[in-house]
Design a protein around this ligand. Structure first.
Ligand code: GLY
Length: 389
């Protein structure tokens, strides 16, 4: 428990309320434009454009609407989220852009949330169908859920660390249906992922390949990170939150220790203002963009893990989360609706480097998950919250 950023201020309850109040007002302000359509994955010059329900990111916007509804109880929000749940049901029924593993990112903050909050029957139906879709991507040879692409090619035979956030959908589906098949697959995937994506120094691989014939672990590789051996900031943050959720759902004590180590790696690679650059290779003085979404994702992971720890250690992680979120609120959050229709600036979706194959888009902008996890972290700090994951 060495790192605590002593002397850094924590976000106060009144700042949390002010922040959530702004989020609520901003979401209501843009709601007419983003009810039948969704926010693009990232903003351009601070402004999101509307898109149809096609991308892997559309669930975050509905999740923001639900979080705002929980905050204010405004019926306009509930109505809009219900329209979007209908769109998610149609999407899974028609199998529109669902041949990938991001069913949890899509259906947990939208449809599972709607079911938990309002008993939405459409939400329940859509989310169970999404869980059915997700388990079609499971490979018994290698015991993992394949992230992207057609299932029969060696160049696709890999998992990615982000998938840890897709698995709560499977646990929820088992609980709802009484059928353990979803949970069994989630458990196998977690085990395979944890055994392979975490390196000896507790930095993480973004993606990991397996041998198609034997299922044996083959090699790690980055996709969105700076280079293969570096730690992509958001991958590490997915690891922090992912380990907390892995412990929540499996109860395996060794995951607590892995959570501590993966989190320590993240924290020891933060710059002075506690908001990482897009890859943890970079720090103060480097001419590189930030990824503010990673700060909020990691804070959510620490707040989640704190629920299962002894009081002293729980307080330690809650304090760090409150320090990180103070910086996000002070230095990155949108405060003026004229400058952006999003919630948090300075995130990076996909940045090109000499060693990755990424295109440069959504760099130093708002993005949909950055906005969503900012609200989730604030909500978690404001009260006991029944999570969507
Ligand atoms: N899951 C994709 C990303 O974090 O950009």
């Amino acid at each position: 428990m060495a790192i605590a950023f002593e002397g850094y201020p924590k976000i106060t309850q009144s700042e949390i309320n002010e922040a959530l109040d702004f989020c609520n007002r901003q979401i209501l302000h843009v709601l007419p434009e983003f009810t039948e359509e969704f926010q693009n994955a990232y903003s351009e010059n601070g402004f999101y454009k509307p898109i149809p329900n096609r991308d892997w990111t559309c669930g975050f916007w509905t999740g923001e609407i639900w979080l705002a509804y929980e905050y204010s109880g405004d019926e306009r929000l509930k109505k809009a989220a219900e329209i979007q749940i209908h769109s998610f049901l149609e999407r899974i029924d028609k199998k529109i852009e669902v041949d990938h593993h991001d069913m949890g990112f899509l259906y947990s903050p939208s449809c599972v949330a709607g079911y938990k909050l309002t008993g939405s029957k459409e939400g329940r139906e859509a989310a169970i169908k999404a869980a059915d879709q997700l388990i079609t991507r499971y490979h018994p040879v290698g015991e993992f859920i394949q992230a992207w692409g057609p299932m029969d090619a060696p160049e696709n035979y890999r998992l990615i660390i982000d998938c840890l956030l897709n698995l709560p959908l499977l646990y929820w589906a088992s609980q709802e249906t009484g059928d353990s098949k979803y949970r069994d697959i989630a458990e196998k995937h977690i085990h395979t992922a944890v055994a392979n994506v975490i390196r000896e120094d507790y930095s993480t691989w973004h993606t990991f390949f397996f041998d198609m014939k034997t299922g044996a672990p083959d090699h790690g590789a980055t996709c969105q990170g700076y280079r293969d051996g570096s730690a992509w900031a958001r991958g590490q943050a997915w690891g922090v939150y992912g380990m907390a959720l892995a412990y929540r759902y499996t109860g395996r004590k060794e995951y607590i220790d892995l959570f501590r180590h993966v989190t320590e790696y993240f924290l020891t690679h933060l710059p002075k203002d506690l908001v990482p650059y897009w890859d943890l290779e970079f720090t103060d003085g480097d001419d590189q963009p930030r990824d503010s979404s990673s700060a909020s994702i990691a804070a959510c992971g620490m707040l989640e893990m704190a629920k299962y720890l002894e009081p002293q250690e729980a307080e330690h992680y809650k304090t760090i989360a409150a320090r990180i979120m103070k910086s996000v609120y002070d230095n990155y959050a949108v405060k003026d609706m004229n400058t952006s229709n999003g919630l948090v600036l300075h995130s990076t979706y996909s940045n090109h480097s000499p060693y990755n194959t990424c295109n440069h888009y959504g760099v130093d902008e708002c993005n949909s998950w950055g906005d969503y996890f900012y609200m989730e972290a604030l909500t978690r700090m404001s009260r006991d919250w029944e999570q969507y994951w």
